[in-house]
Design a protein around this ligand. Structure first.
Ligand code: FEO
Length: 387
């Protein structure tokens, strides 16, 4: 329960959730952390809190530096309970603290906790002087809720970015250079895909607003703190929010008697023949939140389902609902599947891909079991379309 010093008089005082494996539907195989930060200046300032069940852990860390009763300001960058959930308990200790939040944050916190704490709403460009230091605020609505904001600690050049640049990753290491970069970037990509992807335009605006800042540390609210690989994560965010894709295909399917699976591999053969890397994602063995990590950068999204009771399979419908909500742009879709008699599934899949705004390749549909010549024909036709 030690605090971790990230700069002079500035500490990470958050909590590590080693056990969480599902974060509102997102699988978190590596667990998570909820990052809170303490700045010891003339006014003691706490930036964000943690999930309520981890409040004690956070308070123990804070207590190693300063008594929680001495906290003057609590900056609530985001209302979601993984960050604001401990506010009621902290405010019981720090009774005179002022909660600094965005105008939407003010509304959201009042609705969540029904408390009349000392609140101060801030907007982009507002400055909070805490003694020798100043925190400048930028509202970042929809990264991830309407209430989000970020804070820049001017003198120490630290950006407290809340959900942006986060990763769900439990570790005793606190910094990006203490773990293999590929793992951290992969978790950042999964986090972006599952949490931030629908808000690319707002992310772009936030990046623009932060572009003029001289940043030495990015301290997000989840995962490790960026101090050595800031250009890398900024560049990834720039690409992701612009929906810049790679020549790569994700082939997502479920299958009843393996016919749709056979088609999936015939589709893969076409991409392979064109030198386009593929990922095969059987919905029986892959969680939708892991598949979204691939979707973040893949240009081609191929989705297959057989027909069951005049419909696509529920697993495929669930994936498509999730995909549509996350709203990736600039993709090319392909619907495929086998059928016995009705055969409605392929057009249903295609309709959703169209609703996503994807350009469409010609759908592939085979009755009963595709034989080798039918599979070869699928591959050849698709190769022709990819030319
Ligand atoms: Fe980490 Fe949107 O909360």
């Amino acid at each position: 329960m030690q605090p971790v010093k990230i700069a002079e008089d500035i500490y990470w005082v958050g909590a590590i959730d080693w056990d969480v494996r599902n974060f509102h539907g997102y699988t978190t195989q590596r667990g998570a952390s909820y990052n809170a930060y303490l700045i010891v200046d003339e006014n003691i300032t706490l930036i964000d809190t943690v999930k309520p069940q981890f409040c004690d852990e956070m308070l123990k860390r804070i207590s190693q530096v300063v008594e929680p009763e001495k906290i003057d300001y609590i900056i609530a960058n985001h209302v979601e309970m993984d960050h604001s959930g401990s506010l009621p308990l902290v405010m019981e200790r720090a009774k005179n603290a002022t909660v600094i939040t965005s105008p939407k944050g003010l509304q959201g916190l009042k609705k969540h906790y029904k408390k009349e704490w000392n609140f101060q709403a801030v907007k982009t460009g507002d400055n909070l002087n805490i003694g020798k230091r100043n925190i400048s605020f930028i509202l970042t609505p929809m990264v991830h809720w309407p209430d989000n904001m970020i804070g820049y600690l001017v003198e120490d050049k630290i950006l407290f970015s809340n959900d942006a640049f986060g990763q769900h990753l439990a570790s005793s290491e606190r910094f990006d250079d203490q773990l293999p970069l590929q793992i951290v970037l992969e978790e950042a990509k999964k986090y972006y895909g599952n949490i931030v992807l629908p808000y690319g335009n707002q992310v772009a605006k936030a990046l623009e607003a932060a572009a003029d800042l001289d940043i030495e540390i990015i301290a997000p609210s989840h995962g490790v703190i960026w101090r050595s690989h800031i250009p890398e994560i900024i560049e990834q965010y720039r690409k992701w929010c612009a929906n810049e894709t790679e020549e790569a295909a994700v082939i997502i399917y479920d299958t009843m008697w393996t016919s749709t699976e056979k088609i999936a591999y015939a589709v893969q053969a076409a991409f392979e023949a064109k030198g386009i890397p593929t990922k095969m994602r059987n919905l029986k063995t892959n969680h939708i939140s892991d598949i979204i990590t691939d979707v973040v950068t893949a240009k081609y999204i191929c989705v297959g389902s057989p027909t069951l009771n005049n419909n696509m399979l529920p697993t495929v419908a669930g994936f498509l609902t999730y995909l549509k909500g996350l709203a990736p742009k600039n993709r090319v879709g392909l619907a495929f599947g086998s059928y016995g008699w009705g055969g409605q599934s392929v057009s249903q899949v295609e309709a959703v891909l169209e609703e996503c705004g994807f350009d469409l390749l010609k759908q592939v549909k085979v009755q009963y079991i595709p034989d080798d010549s039918e599979l070869q024909e699928i591959t050849d036709k698709l190769k022709g379309e990819l030319s």
